[in-house]
Design a protein around this ligand. Structure first.
Ligand code: BGC
Length: 802
């Protein structure tokens, strides 16, 4: 028991306790001056600091203070480098210390279930182990400097469509093995100061009220000790949230929910001991955050820029190379594509950083005095092909020794707030690439994108370099790699499929208005492509180097601690470079359906040309386990497994069998007769029937669409009210308020504004009340609900309430 916390708690009034459970404004927790509890500030991340100075800007439209924009998670994940992630965490913490920010809202570890998720750029991987390890490293870095992380979005938030209300329907084993796993790893390894609950429902219960998620699993099973905060406006039923383990509501709710907490304690529906439990955690958190604050701290801006450059270069993935790369600095290059001058370097939405500087490719070539000609090739703001720009670019290519084409996904294609509908790049980019490939020049395609794209021209390209979203130094980093100053060592953290139809969630993403069924179960990413023996464009873990690595001498042995693995890796080429050694475990034959193999360890090693090194791994029982729903726990099935060592998931270089004993006796779920569709995946569109999924889920599937004639309530979305006069009117008012705040920004030139407009439709009415800050008067949602239900007088009474 912490006596300081207890002393403060004992002096607090019920109102002060309730008040502490919600924010002061968008970015601060409340202070209690008479008890010495100071204000604490949190701010967005996750790939840099987004500190806004307008604390009442609930919509997030105002510019934040300048900060270093590091590459986003989709990029740094390709480094497979825990040391790099830790270093970025430390650097972000330094920026927070200077700006008096105690918690950065990230990292985000939601699994990339489908390449379509608009927010994939902010997430690490399709693989839970890789996501968990990288996020744990970043959290470790942040917190080592006294700045907390907020691990988000907990949980099962894998799409933007109806993210604020959708019920994510996932079977228990898939939850544990895939979607909760990165959170579990990060919590156990790095103990984040805070966890942010997601907006959506899980098993029908809003994450903010979900005791099973917030307490039973997070705290009781994994040992989480920090505070849980809501995503912005995600709170559903505040007293229920306190009981479930939601400590902090963000932002504030005009005091409405504080009043509800007080009322619940007074009428006995909320036990004061339950409130005290939360308040205790909040006091401890505030005291810790305060004790870590620094005055007059200054971070080294140029060192951080250099780190952003290093991170981007080390995360670039060389997808293909006929030998044209690295380039010779004396050769005349045609630099083609508007991204070379105006790079796409970060995603859109709440994570938008305002960088100190942005290095474009052209800037860096100028700086280094490398000769080139430039042709934009396409218009940044248009998807349609501009023939004259394409012709101009083709001429530039013909006049040069080599063509470098910069293409990918424009900002309007992927953002928080909405999902993509396809995985194509704009036609203007594809047409340009096709045309340049028709010229007689060697052509390198450099991609800037936040998630997988299709590449109908891939075969014709001489080299393809995936830079993803490389942060503020993306241009200089790309030049580093293209000219060989940095030897590429990135590996894909997500599969690049050949077509959207090939992806496992194709038929079930983003689902219905009210629910989304994760029918593909555990078959996410390579777990699916391998099992279905599907061809892919570029596999998970793939990435080339300018040197070659040889693998040999695998040894696998058992001792009392588990399985010890070692092998030798040699840099057999002429250049120094790093290799990511990937360890997969191939599952033993089982009565249970399982993926072919799963990533269980990885290590990035740097080797000078000609150097050889021993790479070792220690595998615990966890590397051989699956989640057994019959015992509600992890089970190691006895059998012969194979340790696979690869340079990618489809480039396995070494393997050795190992016999593994059972960790505890348990019956293995044998679903061969009940769930045959999960055992035999065909190389066809994955189409698991509702009946089989329902059996796997173990309970009736929830409603998919709103029931006609149902009464309106606070969780009705604006979209559902569209057909009514009141709904239409309300939407009009809310939209015009946002427009007013946005000033001269509009849908075409501002992604945040566009995201807000897209989100409005899908917001439950209560969230508009919480999220709407000062632009939505206190009891508007309640009034709207009454008016929608034709309860005119009651509605007006709400409107008149203060
Ligand atoms: C996002 C969070 C973000 C928060 C604050 C939410 O809409 O989902 O990731 O941290 O806003 O901006």
């Amino acid at each position: 028991m912490d006596t300081r916390v207890e002393t403060i708690l004992s002096q607090m009034t019920l109102e002060e306790k309730a008040g502490l459970c919600s924010g002061l404004d968008v970015w601060h927790l409340k202070s209690v001056a008479r008890l010495g509890l100071p204000e604490v500030m949190v701010a967005d991340g996750p790939h840099g600091l987004r500190k806004q100075l307008d604390f009442k800007d609930y919509v997030g439209l105002t510019d934040p203070v300048p900060a270093t924009c590091f590459p986003t998670a989709c990029t740094t994940a390709c480094s497979w480098d825990t040391v790099l992630l830790k270093t970025i965490g430390e650097a972000m913490a330094e920026e927070c210390l200077q700006e008096q920010v105690s918690v950065i809202l990230g990292p985000g570890v939601n699994i990339k279930r489908s390449p379509l998720c608009g927010r994939n750029f902010e997430y690490f991987s399709e693989d839970p182990y890789l996501s968990g390890k990288l996020s744990a490293a970043m959290i470790g870095g942040l917190q080592s400097k006294g700045v907390g992380a907020s691990l988000k979005h907990y949980a099962i938030n894998n799409q933007e469509t109806f993210r604020m209300s959708v019920d994510a329907v996932v079977d228990e084993r898939t939850k544990r093995e895939i979607y909760l796993k990165p959170f579990e790893i990060a919590v156990k390894e790095s103990q984040p100061w805070t966890v942010m609950c997601s907006y959506n429902r899980v098993d029908g219960i809003y994450a903010s009220d979900n005791k099973r998620l917030l307490t039973d699993i997070l705290r009781d099973e994994w040992g989480f000790e920090g505070i849980v905060m809501s995503d912005w406006g995600a709170t559903n039923d505040r007293p229920a949230g306190i009981k479930a383990g939601l400590d902090l509501e963000m932002p504030d709710s005009h005091g409405k929910n504080d009043e509800r907490i007080v009322a619940a304690v007074n009428d006995g529906t909320l036990d004061i001991a339950e409130l005290d439990r939360t308040v205790r955690r909040l006091i401890a958190f505030i005291l810790k955050a305060d004790s870590c604050k620094k005055t007059n701290y200054k971070y080294d801006q140029s060192a951080h820029h250099a780190l952003a450059r290093k991170a981007a270069a080390e995360s670039a993935v060389l997808l293909k190379n006929s030998g044209v790369l690295p380039l010779d600095k004396t050769k005349k290059v045609a630099v083609i594509g508007a991204f070379a001058k105006t790079p796409r370097y970060q995603g859109a939405g709440s994570s938008l950083i305002r960088p100190h500087q942005i290095d474009s490719v052209c800037d860096e070539l100028d700086r280094q005095g490398i000769p080139y000609t430039y042709a934009p090739g396409y218009r940044l703001e248009r998807s349609e092909t501009d023939e004259s720009l394409v012709q101009e670019a083709a001429r530039a290519a013909e006049d040069a020794d080599i063509a470098l084409v910069f293409a990918g996904l424009p900002e309007a294609y992927e953002s928080e707030g909405f999902d993509r509908e396809h995985i194509s790049m704009p036609e203007s980019h594809n047409d340009l690439i096709r045309r340049i490939l028709e010229t007689s020049r060697d052509t390198v395609i450099i991609l800037m994108n936040g998630s997988a794209v299709s590449m109908p021209w891939a075969e014709g390209a001489d080299a393809i370099l995936a830079c993803h979203l490389g942060g503020e130094a993306c241009g200089s980093a790309a030049v580093d790699v293209l000219y060989g100053d940095v030897n590429p060592s990135g590996k894909l953290s997500e599969t690049y499929p050949l077509a959207l139809e090939d992806t496992p969630a194709f038929l079930n993403f983003p689902g219905y208005t009210k629910s989304v069924e994760y029918r593909e179960g555990i078959y996410v990413g390579y777990r699916y492509y391998d099992k279905a023996e599907k061809a892919v464009l570029f596999p998970f873990g793939h990435g080339l180097s300018y040197t070659t690595f040889q693998y040999h001498g695998l040894s696998v042995s058992k001792n009392k601690d588990g399985v010890q693995v070692s092998l030798k890796v040699k840099n057999a080429g002429q250049r120094d470079g790093a290799e990511v050694v990937q360890l997969y475990v191939k599952n033993s034959p089982s009565a249970l359906f399982k993926p072919e193999k799963e990533l269980r360890a990885f290590k990035k090693v740097f080797l000078n040309a000609g150097e050889e090194s021993v790479v070792s791994f220690a595998l615990s029982a966890e590397a051989f386990s699956y989640y057994n729903t019959l015992i509600s726990g992890w089970h190691v099935e006895p059998g012969t497994y194979e340790v696979l060592i690869g340079a990618s998931s489809r480039d396995i270089r070494l393997s050795q069998a190992v016999d593994i004993e059972e960790n505890k006796p348990a019956e293995v779920p044998d679903d061969r007769r009940r769930l045959p569709e999960y055992y035999e995946l065909k190389d066809d569109i994955l189409d698991i029937s509702a009946a089989q999924f329902e059996m796997l889920y173990g309970q009736p599937l929830p409603e998919r669409e709103p029931v006609k004639g149902e009464r309106y309530h606070l969780n009705t979305t604006l979209d559902e009210t569209k057909g009514t006069f009141i709904g239409w009117l309300f939407q009009l008012i809310v939209k015009s308020q946002i427009k007013k705040m946005a000033g001269d920004k509009n849908e075409d030139n501002d992604s945040t504004y566009r995201m807000m407009l897209a989100s409005i439709n899908e917001m439950p009415l209560r969230a508009i009340g919480l999220f709407g800050g000062d632009i939505v008067p206190r009891f508007t949602p309640e009034a709207i609900v009454c008016l929608l239900n034709n309860e005119f007088f009651k509605g007006v009474r709400y409107l008149l309430k203060k």
